[in-house]
Design a protein around this ligand. Structure first.
Ligand code: PEP
Length: 254
């Protein structure tokens, strides 16, 4: 049975002091969550404040990027073992905002491998632009992103991963995919995984939807059979909104 996962992506928001204040408010209103795992992915500079603030809670901390090299002369970059040692459990990889800054599918693949080799759980993002959707090539595009992102990743490793479907046109725009649109692509992602790794792996892997998910649309999106949770940007910055999405995800799977 796949557990639901709700992961926040703070992007470039909140200072370490604001992280501490958020954690206090968030923990105070968070209900018991039996059917849902919670992750908060924060800017690197906030990691230590987040790890400290969420210690002894069921909230895991994640990073928003990693570098694929192990160590060396890469000024400004952070290696996977550093994130693990800092208390990170998850890392978002291949977010469209990073791809827009020049990250390639090969980079995403190298980062996924580095994360897995160091025991981090990658949340690998894929998604189409509005032009690609309108041109009718969404499935082809997503298939290519999945196949290249997962190159050289064997069955033992894929089981430790999460995939997030994030249509670029829905991120930070307030334009959510309809539950049917989101389900269609998440179902397709599962079919691609089935072809690559077999039915057992496809049944077990968690696929999240991300793109303007909020406290109002979360119930319908999360009720879809192939949507196992959400990657949440804007709404994860506000404890009350983030908690409402978690409540929507915290439902027993039938
Ligand atoms: C995101 O950044 O991954 C995201 C889904 O953002 P938003 O929820 O703000 O659209």
């Amino acid at each position: 049975m796949r557990k639901k996962i709700v992961a926040g992506n703070w992007k470039m928001n909140k200072t370490p002091s604001e992280t501490k204040a958020f954690a206090e408010q968030f923990k105070a209103i968070l209900p018991k969550t039996k059917w849902c795992d919670i992750v908060v992915c924060v800017p690197t500079v906030d990691l230590s404040a987040a790890v400290r603030a969420f210690k002894d809670s069921r909230i895991a901390v994640g990073a928003e990027n990693v570098y694929f090299e192990k160590s060396g002369a890469y000024t400004g970059e952070i290696a996977a073992n550093m994130l693990l040692d800092a208390g990170c459990k998850y890392v978002i990889l291949g977010h469209s905002e990073r791809r827009a800054m020049g990250e390639t599918n090969a980079d995403v693949n190298a980062k996924v491998l580095a994360a897995l080799d160091n025991g981090l759980i990658p949340i690998m993002c894929v998604g189409e632009s509005l032009e690609q959707r309108e041109a009718g090539i969404t499935e082809e595009w997503i298939t290519m992103q999945i196949k290249t992102g997962l190159a050289s990743i064997g069955e033992d490793k894929i089981r430790k991963m999460i995939i997030a479907y994030e249509p670029i046109w829905a991120i930070g725009t307030g334009k959510t995919a309809t539950p049917e649109q989101a389900e269609e692509v998440c179902e397709h992602i599962r079919a691609v995984i089935r072809k690559l790794y077999g039915a057992k792996v496809a049944r077990a892997i968690s696929i999240l939807y991300g793109g303007s998910m909020n406290e109002k649309n979360a119930y319908d999106l999360l009720a879809q059979p192939d949507i196992d949770g959400g990657l949440i940007g804007g709404a994860s910055l506000v404890p009350e909104k983030f908690v409402k999405i978690i409540e929507a995800a915290n439902q027993p799977t039938i």
